[in-house]
Design a protein around this ligand. Structure first.
Ligand SMILES: Cc1ncc(COP(=O)(O)O)c(C=O)c1O
Length: 486
């Protein structure tokens, strides 16, 4: 027998198996005990220095590397698997996700196409997702790394479909008039980045004001479109929000769909987390109109708890999807049979050729749990947000800073006699203390010029006792840190 062993594979598979079992047991224990640990702790200098070792020629072996990882990496995650993590918008994940990631790593496939299961799994997952959200099943879809990428893909298609020139082939100089896009002041920064990256210029994204519920002001939007047309510019797209990052507000998507039809504009909906409200019958009316969007972007690693990072983009008019992304190459052409055969080529629908088999973990989660448990978790989070806002409104020391439509609660600690500036400083310190003491991880934002503690609940592990701990923590830290005024 020729000796074909290479040090990148184990000498002794039995030893590897033992280590792999240990790692799996440790990871299960990590999740099982998560509630017992602080939600977050600072990354200490000792761990940082331990990571800063030089590149080694020979390596220390898998077991030693794992031990270093246990010491210096594992304890210092941001904490979104914990029941009291409500920062930014982070999903909690599921234990089943560990298995899916293990299998994805084992298969180590690139999922763009060919005669293999991966593209068929992705096609099926996309059909399920469209059904889940009530989006047309004839739409073209793609799994991407997250909603930022989904927004970028959608706006690339919108640019080429609506600008009246072939910017992909001829470059931006082919656009005779400056394209203009519209979204509310609450629109996520990833949209701004996408518009810039696509060469349309960030300034061509008009930020339209919002009403008291942080929803786009439709009359102001209509005026802005008319003004731009009168100025010889070319309005091409409106971005509607299904769940704004700051407050979870949902624009009137049905009204935006009507407006876009009338004005012949592309409607893109950024539904990073809010799109998933469509899973819950009582919440579905909030996102009505989303199904009429020309494109829809949303995340699966947020409110669907699939391991990072996976988002999805749908383009309603399927043939338009390929325009910015397909580039013919003989070495990628399918053959009639064999490994290169097959009807799917996802590399034509986005910037990536080599791509992770993201669909596997989505397929596994939806097959294992169906949709009901995800819907239940979403509904519960919305109820928890409403209950939390109710308790804050009733507390003499708190002020809720924005209406609560979905799962986001923005508030601040207040003490009579302090100026807004002092309250900003105080709330900053309260938030940092909550995190540093390992009590809870909300994040921060600014609402109406006021610093806000922002609780975004996309967490199926949070229970009532966790919100009790948050409220008790904020009140106690507030009292401890607030300046005493006579
Ligand atoms: C409304 C909205 N859009 C887009 C994004 C970007 O998503 P991702 O972080 O998955 O790229 C986010 C992230 O929180 C978001 O809340």
């Amino acid at each position: 027998m020729p000796d074909t062993r290479h040090p990148l594979d184990p000498d002794d598979w039995g030893e590897f198996r033992a280590l792999a079992h240990r790692v799996l047991d440790d990871m299960i224990a990590y999740l099982e005990d998560v509630r017992e640990r602080p939600v977050w702790q600072p990354f200490p200098d000792a761990a940082r220095q331990a990571l800063e070792v030089g590149l080694s020629e020979n390596g220390i072996g898998l077991e030693a590397a794992y031990e270093e990882l246990q010491r210096n990496i594992l304890p210092y995650a941001i904490g979104n698997v914990h029941p009291r993590f409500w920062g930014w918008v982070r999903g909690t994940g599921t234990p089943g996700g560990i298995l899916a990631e293990l299998i994805t790593g084992t298969l180590n496939t690139s999922a763009w196409g060919g005669q293999q299961a991966a593209p068929y799994v992705e096609a099926q997952v996309l059909r399920w997702l469209a059904t889940m959200l009530g989006y047309p099943e004839s739409a073209s879809g793609l799994l991407v790394s997250g909603c930022s990428m989904a927004n970028l893909v959608a706006l690339a298609v919108a640019r080429d479909a609506m600008s009246g020139a072939d910017a992909t082939e001829d470059g931006l100089r082919a656009l005779r008039r400056q394209p203009v896009l519209y979204g509310s002041t609450e629109t996520h920064s990833s949209i701004e980045k996408a518009v810039g990256l696509l060469g349309m210029g960030r300034r061509s994204l008009r930020r339209i004001g919002v009403d008291a519920d942080f929803r786009i002001d439709i009359a102001a939007l209509e005026r802005a479109i008319a003004n731009d047309r009168a100025a010889g510019l070319q309005p091409i797209a409106v971005i509607g929000n299904a769940g704004t990052v700051n407050t979870g507000a949902v624009d009137d998507l049905a009204a935006l769909a009507l407006l876009c039809q009338r004005e012949r504009l592309w409607l893109h909906v950024d539904g990073a987390f809010g799109a998933l409200a469509a899973l819950v019958p009582s919440l579905r009316p909030m996102v009505a109109g989303m199904e009429q969007a020309d494109s829809l972007a949303f995340d699966l690693h947020k409110w669907l708890h699939i391991p990072y990072g996976v988002g999805c983009v749908f383009i309603c008019d399927a043939p338009l999807h390929e325009r910015p992304f397909h580039a013919a190459a003989s070495y990628l052409e399918p053959l009639e049979r064999g490994a290169a055969a097959g009807p799917h080529d996802f590399s034509r629908l986005g910037p990536e050729l080599s791509r992770r088999f993201r669909a596997l973990k989505v397929w596994m989660a939806l097959r294992a749990h169906g949709t009901a448990s995800f819907a239940e978790a979403i509904e519960r989070n919305v109820a928890q947000a409403r209950a939390l806002a109710g308790r804050l409104r009733a507390a003499s020391w708190a002020q809720v800073l924005a209406p609560v439509s979905l799962n986001v609660v923005c508030f601040r600690y207040v003490q009579p006699g302090l100026t807004d500036r002092e309250l900003d400083q105080l709330n900053r310190r309260i938030l940092i203390a909550l995190q540093e003491r390992g009590i809870a991880v909300p994040s921060a934002t600014v609402i109406g010029g006021k610093f806000a503690i922002r609780v975004a609940i996309a967490n199926h592990r949070s229970g009532e006792e966790d919100f009790d701990a948050l409220l008790a923590g904020v009140e106690a830290i507030g009292k401890e840190l607030a300046p005493i005024r006579a």
